[in-house]
Every structure is written in C-alpha cells, then in structure tokens.
Design a protein around this ligand. Structure first.
Ligand code: UDP
Ligand code: MG
Length: 252
C-alpha cells in the first residue's frame, strides 16, 4: 500500500473487551470520508487476550498494523512508538477504551484544514465519562499546567488529537509527554487548535491510572516549563558563502 492519508494511532494495554467495537466504529467513521488510512496499534505488553486478538485481526485486515512491546512501557511510549511506525501524512491519536468516540474523527479531519494540529477538549463533557475526583483533578491540573507552562490549552490530558505527522518529527520523547503534546507541538512553531469532544465512560475494562500516579505530572510540568524557556531560538539574518566554483579554485 502506498502511504495512506491518515494513521490512527492507538495505545493498548489490556483492552480486549474494547478492540472489536473500536475498529468497527473507526471503519464506520472513516468510510464516508473516502480517504486512505491505517490503524496502528501498539500493544503495551497486555496480559489479557489483546495481543492474540490483534494478531488475528491484523492478518485479515490490511488496514490494521500492530506491534507489541517486550514489557509494559506506559502510555507515552505506546503512543510514541505508534507515531514512529505511522506512515500517514496525518496522524490521529486516540485511546482504545472508546472514551474517545470515533464518530468524531471527521470533525478533526475538517479542522485540519485550519490547523497543523487539532486537540480534543473534554471540558464541557468531562463529568459524563469520569467521576468527580477525576473532573476536579483534571480542571486543577489544566489550570496549574497553563499557568506554569504559560499556555492556554483547555484540556491537555485529552489524547484524542490529529496532526500533520511532521509536527512530531523533532520532539524529544519522555515519559508523560502524552499530557503535553499541544504545548510541545506549539513550541515547534505549528498552528495548534482545539475542538470540543465528548467524553464517554470506558466501554470495558478499567482505567490504568489512579490519583497518585497522575501527580508525577508536576515533575513533567516543571521540565516542560524549563524546556519552553530555554529552547534554543535564533534567526539567521544574513549569510555569505563562496559559490562552489570559487571554493574549488586553488589558494594562491
Ligand atoms: N495504556 C497503555 N499503557 C499503559 C496504560 C494505558 O498503553 O501502561 C493505554 C490504554 O490501553 C488506553 C490509553 O492508554 O488506550 C489510556 O489509558 P486509560 O484509559 O487507562 O486512561 P484514562 O482514560 O483513565 O486516563
Ligand atoms: Mg480511558
């Protein structure tokens, strides 16, 4: 297959109860767009039946490409490895648990006409798919994040996003980066926008995060703040070089 227009990149850890319906809904959402696409799944060393299921499905569906980590490396690594494996001109990242609704993919595709990177925001619907503690930590987290990293992303933790693949080409990957992608891509000079998305309850299985492992994000936040302030910036105003024919002349 020549390079597809879109690569839909999905991290997967113990999601066997979600995968068949997820793929069915992605195919249903993509069909009317008449754009070529691939689905790239990175199995983060699941201990349930996700990997045998993915292997079986990938053997019969040429649009599906799957890879498996040797050990559990975490969501950031799974998303990043998927982006690296992607061949599409554009990448769409989404979770495997159907909290992100594939029916909204066409809205991202449309918004890519205006932006290089489009990020989902669950601010209006967060309380429908998550409990009160998650809603509050997310709101406080986004406020603190925007304040310290001098940014205005309303929901940086929403991993439902679409961007030109080149937006990620020069990013330096780190554990936790999936929560900072809008800021990191803006730092690369790309146009980043937002669209409101729904936040559904998880279809099957359970969340892999609790209150405490989300707190690590403070450490990442300070690193991003530092990186943003210290990023090497320069602009070449003028430049003189000998033409190749002059350079080839022997010195006197
Ligand atoms: N995930 C992963 N590796 C992990 C934890 C999570 O690949 O170690 C995947 C998971 O399968 C899902 C996405 O990352 O597709 C988000 O995880 P989860 O739904 O548990 O996070 P939440 O929505 O609760 O923040
Ligand atoms: Mg989830």
């Amino acid at each position: 297959m020549s390079n597809p227009h879109f690569s839909i990149v999905i991290p997967c850890y113990n999601e066997e109860g979600n995968l068949p319906l997820l793929f069915e809904r992605i195919h249903a959402a993509m069909a009317p767009l008449a754009l070529s696409y691939e689905i790239v799944v990175t199995d983060d060393c699941s201990t349930d039946g996700s990997w045998p299921m993915l292997q079986r499905m990938a053997r019969s569906d040429p649009r599906l490409r799957v890879q498996r980590f040797a050990y559990n490396c975490g969501e950031s690594a799974a998303v990043w490895a998927g982006i690296r494996a992607a061949r599409g001109e554009y990448v769409i990242t989404m979770d495997a648990d159907l909290q992100n609704d594939p029916a909204e993919i066409p809205r991202f595709v449309q918004a890519l006409e205006r932006y290089d990177c489009v990020c989902g925001s669950r601010v209006q619907t967060r309380s429908r798919g998550d409990n009160l503690l998650r809603v509050i930590t997310s709101r406080v987290g986004n406020r603190v994040r925007n304040w310290l990293s001098e940014d205005q992303t309303s929901d940086s933790g929403c991993t439902f996003r679409a961007f030109r693949r080149e937006c990620a080409a020069n990013l330096v990957p780190f554990t936790g980066m999936h929560r900072f992608m809008p800021t990191l891509i803006k730092m690369e000079g790309y146009r980043v926008g937002e669209i409101a998305v729904v936040n559904r309850p998880r279809h099957a299985g359970r969340s892999h995060y609790g209150f405490w492992n989300r707190l690590v994000f403070l450490q990442d936040l300070l690193a991003v703040r530092w990186m943003k302030k210290r990023k090497l910036r320069y602009e070449i105003a003028d430049c003189v070089e000998a033409a190749p024919s002059d350079a080839a002349a022997p010195p006197h």
